[in-house]
Design a binder for this molecule. Structure first.
Ligand code: PLP
Length: 349
């Protein structure tokens, strides 16, 4: 059992959090004259004059049923990017402490560390985008507080080996954060099911991908109660707006629709992989468990520009470690994918 309090920054340990009006009175019936809101309503019309639930109770209640987890183990954030930043701010002393990441990986871990003046230890993945477990463990130093593992990994798309992750969880006295933004597209169980076995595990998920709700910025962190309560203590009081909360509350009644859409995306992904692999311009396709495909192409910069000229925007990852000459293709609709293949097949004509 890891001692979370001993991992925390001193100022966070001592912090007395802001107490909002909605913290001090939680009922919803009465004449509300406590929060300096506009009692005459909102402009434009729409019930938007009251502050939202700062603790997102209804979202947590529904999620706890779907994920089979207690509400105390759920943090809801303004995208999972907020959770990444909060973990850094709670646990890493600026200028002194460090996180460990495994490039190529999601860019926000580094950006959040840089913003918070937290040192970064990089232990690259293999050329097949897997963890070099011994290297990770050998590179942990006394100041290392967090290890970020992105699985399925962005930008490569593949799941990272479960045994490697388990070894890291067992060997590290800090927190291991597994970012599962793309887990719905993978054929593997979420690490949420292992939260009871590892008190140092935090799992990140998001409504931005499978649920198709990137616009409204809602992500979650799952972890032991102590970690989640620290995140709640330091977040902005009303970090998830009420419009977003209501959309999520409604969406959570449509999990089966989400699953159907995921199946459609996975079907299109597999079709797209096959079509791409028949093109001369494609040299290698990285096996993916996500809603995107990383592919090595002949002259990535030129192909990228050519696609742009044809109004097809993909992500050029060719300047990133282990992704030389690689482009990342998000799976589109059937029509979009067909157009992509049609344009790509004419490249160089
Ligand atoms: C691995 C990974 N984690 C997190 C995010 C961000 O998620 P959110 O929209 O919830 O902030 C992304 C977005 O692309 C991502 O690729």
């Amino acid at each position: 059992m890891i001692n979370i309090q001993s991992l925390l920054r001193e100022n966070i340990k001592k912090l007395k959090p802001y107490s909002s009006a909605r913290d001090e009175y939680t009922g919803n019936v009465g004449i509300f004259l406590d929060a300096n809101e506009n009692s005459f309503g909102s402009i434009p019309a729409g019930d938007l004059n009251r502050y939202p639930d700062p603790h997102q109770h209804e979202i947590k209640r529904k999620l706890s049923i779907i994920k089979n987890i207690n509400t105390e183990n759920i943090f809801i954030g303004n995208g999972s990017d907020e959770a990444i930043d909060l973990l850094m701010r709670a646990f890493c002393e600026p200028g002194k402490e460090s996180i460990l990441i495994m490039p190529p990986t999601y860019g926000m871990y580094k950006v959040a560390a840089d913003i918070n003046d937290v040192n970064i230890i990089e232990v690259p993945l293999t050329s097949a985008f897997q963890i070099i477990t011994d290297e990770v463990i050998n590179n942990i130093i006394s100041s290392t507080k967090l290890i970020f593992i992105c699985s399925p990994n962005n930008p490569s798309g593949n799941l990272l080996d479960r045994n490697s992750i388990r070894t890291i969880l067992n060997s590290f006295n800090g927190l291991v954060i597994i970012d599962e933004a793309y887990i719905d597209f993978a054929n593997e169980e979420s690490w949420i099911s292992e939260l009871e076995s590892f008190s140092n595990l935090v799992v990140l998920q998001t409504f931005s991908k499978a649920w198709g709700l990137a616009n409204i910025r809602v992500g979650m962190a799952y972890g032991n109660e102590e970690i989640i309560s620290v995140m709640n203590k330091i977040k902005y009081p009303y970090n998830v707006n009420g419009v977003s909360q209501q959309i999520i509350i409604d969406a959570l009644d449509s999990e089966s629709t989400k699953n159907e859409v995921v199946n459609k995306i996975v079907y299109q992904r597999d079709k797209l992989i096959e079509a791409l692999s028949n093109l001369d311009v494609i040299q290698k396709i990285i096996p993916t468990d996500s809603n995107f495909i990383l592919a090595k192409v002949k002259h990535a910069n030129n192909v990228y520009d050519y696609l742009l000229e044809n109004k097809i925007i993909v992500r050029n990852r060719s300047n990133i470690i282990s992704c030389e000459e690689c482009l990342r293709f998000t799976v589109g609709t059937e029509d979009e994918n067909e157009k992509l293949i049609e344009i790509l097949s004419k490249y160089g004509e």
